[in-house]
Every structure is written in C-alpha cells, then in structure tokens.
Design a protein around this ligand. Structure first.
Ligand code: ADP
Length: 230
C-alpha cells in the first residue's frame, strides 16, 4: 500500500459483536446528511464471486473467519476511493461510519493511514443466544448463507472475542462510548447521535448560514486499479 503523508478522513467506528445491531444503526444514520456509513460485510458480499478477491473473501467468510488483512484493507480502500470518485462519499461533508472494519489490531494499524478515528461507538448486547437467534433469522430474510449455519455463527463469535475485542483497547479510553443495543431502535439511535453530533460539528464546522467554516483538506484522489463505484 502506497504511503501517504496526507490527512486521513475523520471517522467513527460502529463496533460490536455480530448481531449487536451495527448494520441497523449504520443504515439509519446513513440517511442523515453528514454521515457516510460503510459496512465491510455488505461490500464483501457484493464482490464478484469469480474475482480473486471475491473468491478469497468467500472462502474465509464461509468458515466464519476473518479475511486476510491485506486483502481486506485493499478492498476497503479501493471501494472508498471509488465512492469518493463517484461523489457519493464527500470527505468535506461526511463523517465516515465504519461498520465491520477494523476487526483486529493489524487492521487498526493499517487504517491509520486512511482514517482518523475520532470516536468508537461500542454497541453492547449481553445476550449471546438472542444474537445467535437474530443472526439465524436474518440469514434467511437477507440471503446470507454463511449465517444460516449455527457452527459458523459460533465461530464468528469466537473470532470476535479473540481478534476483534482487543480493538477496544487499541483506541484511547476517552474515544470509546458504550451503548446498550438491546433497547428500541429509536433509543439506541438517540444515544448514538448524542455522541456523534458533537464530532460532526467539530470536524465539519458551519457558520450561521450553513456554509462550511473551514474546508477539510482533501488528499488527492487515487484511482486504484479495479475499483468500482457501485
Ligand atoms: P455482517 O455483520 O454484515 O453479516 P460481517 O461484517 O460479519 O457481515 O462480514 C461477513 C464476513 O466478511 C466476515 O465473517 C469475514 O469473513 C468478512 N469480513 C468482513 N469484514 C472484515 C474485516 N474487517 N476483516 C476481515 N474479514 C472481514
């Protein structure tokens, strides 16, 4: 990955155990101007199964394992730059909401070059069995074959505990916000917004006329090979 001395994009992580509701909150938040939500799971499921990247990712996700970090970060970066080129992701006005990435310490390190993590929303749900049940039902409704198998789902939880949980210790404590995700969507959303809005105001300040106060300095757009804007 090419090194860059450019300013990384401001971002907030939406972090939590599989089934804690990251995707649901991310999806709601993505409809609010100022946020750009991306889910690595959604990006990965859209990869062409015949491409090398698509094949690799499927092989790992079918086992409930994490895809290799270099492949993951390449896909993520290319996708993001594609969205930027298509002007869907507008770094001067969007706070990135990262859902599903970074998933381990190595990815946190690799992400530093691309994103400046300003906040970590930790969606907590203590009832693992309820989440497994939720994932099973979602697998059918949303056509996610990997999630239909209980043994794969249980493996994903194990991987979460071993590899992903340490991400919470990687970031400074003052960036982490614990939010109980078992309440109604509106209540979880209220708590997420309570944390996210100040970050938005601080990083993308506007004057009383709604004009940007300072323009966020943009790194030049790379056109990585093979990105697609969709
Ligand atoms: P969802 O929560 O939308 O079902 P996930 O985020 O669990 O989807 O992603 C599905 C699969 O894709 C994971 O089990 C894993 O194999 C792969 N994956 C997604 N994000 C990452 C990541 N950051 N690093 C490595 N593998 C990932």
């Amino acid at each position: 990955m090419a090194k860059t001395s450019l300013k990384p994009y401001p971002a907030a992580l939406v972090f939590g155990v599989p089934g804690a509701g990251k995707g649901t909150q991310g999806e709601i938040l993505s409809r609010i101007p100022g946020f750009f939500h991306l889910s690595s799971g959604v990006i990965f499921r859209k990869l062409d199964a015949k491409s090398e990247e698509g094949r690799v990712v499927r092989e790992y996700s079918a086992r409930g394992e994490l895809a290799p970090d270099d492949v993951t970060m390449r896909i993520f970066r290319n996708w993001l730059e594609g969205q930027r080129a298509a002007e869907r992701f507008r770094p001067r006005e969007h706070l990135l909401l990262l859902d599903g990435i970074p998933r381990n310490i190595a990815q946190c390190e690799m992400l530093k070059e691309i994103c400046d993590v300003k906040l970590v929303i930790h969606l907590m749900c203590h009832d693992e069995e309820a989440m497994i049940d939720r994932i099973r039902r979602r697998a059918v409704l949303e056509n996610r074959p990997d999630d239909a198998s209980e043994s794969v789902t249980r493996r994903r939880f194990e991987v979460y505990r071993q590899e992903s949980l340490p991400v919470l210790n990687y970031y400074p404590k003052e960036l982490i916000r614990d939010i109980e995700s078992t309440g109604i969507h509106a209540e979880v959303l209220r708590q997420c917004l309570e944390q996210l809005v100040p970050i938005l105001l601080k990083n993308f300040p506007r004057d009383e006329h709604g004009q940007r106060v300072k323009d966020y300095p943009l790194p030049p757009l790379k056109s990585p090979e093979g990105w697609r804007a969709d």
